[in-house]
Design a protein around this ligand. Sequence first.
Ligand code: FAD
Length: 297
Amino acid sequence: METQKKYRRTLSFEFFPPRTPEAEGKLQVTRDKLAKLGPNYFSVTFGAGGSTRDQTFETVVDIKESTGIHASPHLSCIGLPLDSLRDTINKYKDAGIRSLVALRGDMPSGAGVASQGSLRYANELVEFVRKETGDYFHIDVAAYPEFHPQAASAAADLQNFKRKVEAGASSAITQYFYNPDAYFRFVDSCEKMGVDLPIVAGIMPITTCTQLMRFSEACGAEIPRWILKRLRDFGDDRIAIRNFGIDVTTELCEKLLAGGAPGFHFYSMNQSEACMAIWQNLGLESTADQVDRVAAQ
Ligand code: FAD
């Protein structure tokens, strides 16, 4: 964990683009509450849950203009032709956006190989963005402490992560996890491979049982048995789940901070309550003026 200790702390919240006027109103309220905490940036997912590229662009620009806080769009390459990726990148550049989360993404089920676009993996997207725009963007990539579900092996996944870093990634955000040792060991393996960049821990607050199980099944994140059993015991008692979830996630973050993690990226699910409670429990002070991650944005 020694490499991580030299990096300044980065705190961020992730949103998905709202799909109805009502959801848009709710996101504005969430965003304004979380903005008061002084995160370094907000990020906005791309294509997840059926949202479109345009919705990501509009949400990012709206966040940047209405909060004054950096906004980072996610961009995935799978299924998209190079021209379309180039247009999207240039559109962000024109809008003064200085950072991106570069991903492969997942093919919608039923889509054929023919519709897979020109780039196959996230390392190729990082390379493409660097070729097109040089050092203009701060590029985040995804990291998987419990390994990506499609990886041939843990060792192959680590090599693939290294490839993304060598292609020009600036920092990484992990998939969520509830076992801090998975993160510490992942970072140690990176150090041994000579991979040195901030690896920020992705944190999923626990607020519901069924949704968490569904997501974890899809993305390969393990929910420890003891957490699952307790969540199941709570049944429909949302307050009990909420309180337990906040406790468990706060303790996870405390262990990560003590071990030298250089920050947290909260998967907010467009909700502020659990994120704010965890933030408060951790006593995280505003970092907005402490770190200028993307100075010119
Ligand atoms: P890659 O790094 O390309 O890896 C994908 C798989 O291919 C891995 O198993 C890897 O080991 C393997 N691999 C990589 N390179 C090679 C190679 N050269 N040869 C052979 N195998 C290789 N999804 C969305 O749709 N929208 C989002 O906004 C979104 N945001 C995310 C944000 C974060 C922080 C994270 C962690 C995930 C996000 N995802 C999102 C999910 C992500 O798109 C999926 O996990 C996807 O399956 C992999 O994307 P990747 O960028 O990690 O892919």
